[in-house]
Design a protein around this ligand. Structure first.
Ligand code: ATP
Ligand code: MG
Length: 137
């Protein structure tokens, strides 16, 4: 079993798509091990996306991520990290495959509806950013 961190980003929560996205998560066979709604501060968004500090899109990305509430989840499944990224689709919705969440729900490369961890090490750090060990027993 593997765990990954998923976020329903502010653009999707604002458009009341969280329920549909969570349904798709369950339909795909993930177990939701933890879930919370959180409106990140700018500093919290910068901390979360610290690997992208210095990129031209970093100021705008972190403004966006702090612009409204998100829903943050820990998903569990065999091969959860790549399985969730496959369900999300490409970062840029114009390049995302049909049937993926970003193809269906993203508005732009920035306002792209969902986040997913990209490797076991980043998944562990990202899960720990939002959840304590006691939340995940
Ligand atoms: P995420 O980490 O959110 O799951 P990702 O791994 O597909 O997305 P990253 O390269 O990690 O993509 O970029 C993080 C986020 O930054 C993207 O999801 C998107 O919201 C934003 N982003 C990435 N590239 C660009 C860009 N060229 N212009 C604007 N925003 C971007
Ligand atoms: Mg990423």
């Amino acid at each position: 079993m593997e765990r990954t961190l998923a976020i329903v980003k502010p653009d999707a929560v604002e458009r009341r798509l969280a329920g549909q996205i969570i349904q798709r998560i369950e339909d795909a066979g993930f177990e939701i091990r933890a879930m919370r709604r959180i409106h990140l501060s700018k500093r919290q968004a910068e901390g979360f996306y610290a690997v992208h500090r210095g990129r031209p899109f970093f100021p705008s990305l972190t403004d966006f991520m702090a612009s409204g509430p998100t829903v943050v989840l820990v998903l569990e499944a065999p091969d959860a990290i790549s399985k969730w990224r496959t369900l999300m689709g490409a970062t840029d919705p114009a390049k995302a495959e049909a049937g993926t969440l970003r193809k269906e729900f993203a508005q732009s490369i920035e306002r792209n509806a969902t986040h997913g961890s990209d490797a076991p090490e980043t998944a562990a750090v990202e899960i720990g950013y939002f959840f304590a060990g006691i939340d995940l027993i």
